[in-house]
Design a protein around this ligand. Structure first.
Ligand code: ACO
Length: 311
């Protein structure tokens, strides 16, 4: 029976059909999805912190309203994704506990500080731009609930990306000090954004299997290259420079060549030694503890409603 279930699963993946929660799936497929979706969900909610840092200091009411909406969107993305993980039989409590105890990762990018207002623009343009490049193919992921969550998330991410670009454009066309602030933010966020796509293909432990399962549709390096190719003309339009002297159009490849990424830095950030790892996790744990009464109140309310309905 196991063999025919496996055959049915393989045939569905080969035919580009969606695997749904009640379908049989190999254990390793399930655990790979939980790993990736959980890491993704954790990234969304940890990612609220660096930008929330600027809500109280946004330079105008318009910018403040936009930024608040954006940070709120990230919370929503976390909810869709924890929901998708739950369809695989893993509870939210368990996933959050793994995040809080360092047993599950979140994206390296959110361990860098937001030092100036221009960082909000650079995050929108580069970090959300990288996220979209990585996530649009996930809309075609073989697992239905994840793929469907990604459709909504990508629509919102593309709005986020544009607000970042527009913010940087305003700074780049502003005073000399504003232009310099925009350039400094791009200088600091460029390389970490390239690291978001994960290790190089020959060091990516999960890529081959995830691509065979059609969870991932493209390799880490393919998506990284796609992102670089998109960003170069956009930087030019902004009048800002990408901090890589080796960026060069390669006629033969039809792509931009770029310089070497500091993978040692990436590994250090993953190990917990990035500039803000400790701060991010401490703040997350504190938010969870401080929110305990809300969860308790919601549970008590639900129990009361259920008891009333049963009367
Ligand atoms: N930050 C932290 N960890 C990373 C990163 C990164 N940028 N890139 C790779 N890793 C981890 C992987 O999770 C894996 O660790 P694990 O085995 O402990 O789980 C390890 O490094 C090896 O990497 P890969 O074999 O390449 O892992 P994978 O096939 O999962 O590919 C990728 C990594 C591309 C990030 C994939 O998981 C993915 O597409 N995830 C969904 C997108 C996502 O998580 N985005 C979050 C940031 S965007 C945002 O929230 C705005």
């Amino acid at each position: 029976a196991e063999r025919s279930l496996q055959a049915a699963f393989d045939a569905a993946v080969a035919a580009d059909e969606r695997i749904e929660p009640r379908d049989w799936m190999p254990d390793a497929y399930r655990s790979t999805l939980v790993r990736q979706i959980a890491q993704h969900a954790h990234s969304e909610i940890i990612g609220m912190q660096p930008e929330a840092n600027w809500i109280t200091r946004a330079p105008s009411l318009r910018r403040k309203a936009i930024l608040m909406a954006k940070v709120q969107d990230e919370a929503g993305h976390g909810l869709y994704l924890y929901g998708a993980a739950e369809t695989l039989g893993t509870g939210r409590d368990e996933l959050l506990d793994k995040l809080h105890t360092g047993r599950q990762k979140y994206s390296s990018i959110f361990n860098y500080p937001t030092l100036t207002w221009a960082d909000v623009g650079a995050i929108g343009w580069l970090v959300d731009g990288a996220a979209i490049t990585n996530q649009v193919p996930l809309c075609r992921c073989s697992y239905g609930p994840y793929a469907r969550a990604m459709v909504r998330i990508c629509k919102e991410e593309s709005f986020h990306q544009r607000q970042g670009y527009e913010l940087l454009l305003a700074l780049a066309r502003g005073t000399e000090a504003q232009r310099a602030m925009a350039q400094d933010a791009v200088d600091r966020w460029w390389w970490p954004s390239l690291m978001m796509f994960g290790p190089p293909d020959d060091e990516s432990a999960h890529s081959a299997q995830s691509m065979a399962w059609k969870i991932k549709r493209h390799s880490n390096d393919e998506l990284r290259q796609r992102f670089v190719d998109i960003c170069v003309p956009q930087a030019e339009a902004l009048g800002l420079t990408l901090p890589d002297p080796e960026l060069r159009w390669n006629e033969e490849r039809g792509h931009w060549d770029f310089g070497a990424i500091d993978w040692q830095e990436f590994r250090e950030v993953l190990k917990g030694n990035g500039p803000c790892n400790e701060q991010r996790l401490n703040q997350r744990r504190a938010a969870h503890e401080n929110g305990a009464w809300v969860r308790e109140a919601a549970a008590a309310h639900a129990a009361k409603q259920a008891a009333r309905a049963a009367q």
